[in-house]
Design a protein around this ligand. Structure first.
Ligand code: MHF
Ligand code: KIV
Ligand code: MG
Length: 280
């Protein structure tokens, strides 16, 4: 079944959960599609997990297009959401529409995501009016890491919680089709999920949100620069990769690899003639 903004809304109405993972390349996206995950986010988290930066701020629209093309080439039924990176929509609604359009035209994105509440409501409206569905993102919005003073849980005080609720309602009113809630206390996320008619997708926001998202390297144990509380490690693929890289290294050095089965055999007749010619 093809996942669309309509099927996302139906999940909410039917009280069914939505599964999402990030992906940044063709091979991973193909596996996620096979698994039946509802949507892939080509997240600007790629700045950290793919490019090795300490935050997401240096990621460009060109980076997002490059990875979005790889992901969209692999999928048919999975919805693809692509992050608008830092400073690609903060300037104006016109800038936001132009860059969202580039993610669709050049990156083949179906939908886009941007961070913020009331202060970006006009961008959400303008992109939606251009026919591009928008996913909102509130709570820990990593593009504001320097304003927050680090990657910290948001909405913990009464006033911060009230502000978050107002922002969520503003995002919905502006026309967003779904909303990511990142690093928010569980009961607050539950309240917002109940108050909104559009689906909420949680990451570190407890079990009550309409869907869940994780960065795939985190859940597989490939990315170890930090271990956030909300990450469940389904595997230790990083450990297995390390063991296999070590095995390959020693097999090359000990001449175990390549063996006959991985080798193209020369034709003895051709080699005989070749050696004779070279002796002349
Ligand atoms: N690999 C990866 N996974 C992510 O989930 C992710 C990224 N990168 N990059 C962009 C943002 C940054 N994110 C982060 C990064 C760190 C924490 C973290 O360490 N959180 C602390 C909470 C600190 C507090 O008490 O407020 C934790 O212990 O979970 C949370 C979200 C989420 N996003
Ligand atoms: C963590 C998710 C929600 C995200 O925005 C990203 O991967 O960039
Ligand atoms: Mg992001």
């Amino acid at each position: 079944m093809k996942n669309t903004v309509q099927t996302f809304q139906k999940f909410k109405d039917d009280k069914k959960k939505i599964s999402m993972l990030t992906a940044y390349d063709y091979s991973t996206a193909a596996l996620i599609e096979k698994a039946g995950i509802n949507a892939i986010l080509v997240g600007d988290s790629l700045g950290m997990v793919v490019l090795g930066h300490k935050d997401t701020l240096s990621v460009t629209v060109e980076d997002m297009i490059y990875h979005s093309r790889a992901v969209t080439a692999a999928v048919e039924n999975t919805m693809v959401v692509v992050d608008l990176p830092f400073m690609s929509y903060q300037v104006s609604a016109a800038q936001a529409v132009k860059n969202a359009g580039r993610l669709v035209k050049e990156g083949h994105a179906q939908t886009v995501k941007l961070e913020g509440g009331r202060q970006v409501a006009d961008r959400i409206e303008a992109i939606t009016a251009a026919g591009i569905p928008v996913m909102g993102h509130l709570g820990l919005t990593p593009q504001s890491v320097n304003a927050f003073g680090g990657f910290k849980v948001q909405g913990k005080t009464l006033s911060a919680a009230e502000k978050l609720i107002d922002d969520a309602l503003a995002v919905q009113k502006a026309g967003a089709f779904a909303l990511v809630l990142e690093c928010v206390p569980d009961q607050l996320a539950a309240l917002i999920t109940e108050k909104l008619s559009i689906p909420t997708i949680g990451i570190g926001a407890g079990a009550a949100t309409d869907g869940q998202i994780l960065v795939y390297q985190d859940m597989l144990g490939i990315f170890s620069d930090f271990k956030a509380k909300f990450v469940k490690r389904y595997d230790e693929i990083g450990q297995r990769m390390l063991a296999d890289f070590k095995k390959y290294d020693s097999e090359v050095k000990e001449q175990i690899f390549p063996s006959q089965e991985h080798t193209f055999k020369s034709d003895p007749a051709v080699m005989d003639q070749l050696i004779k010619r070279m002796e002349k």
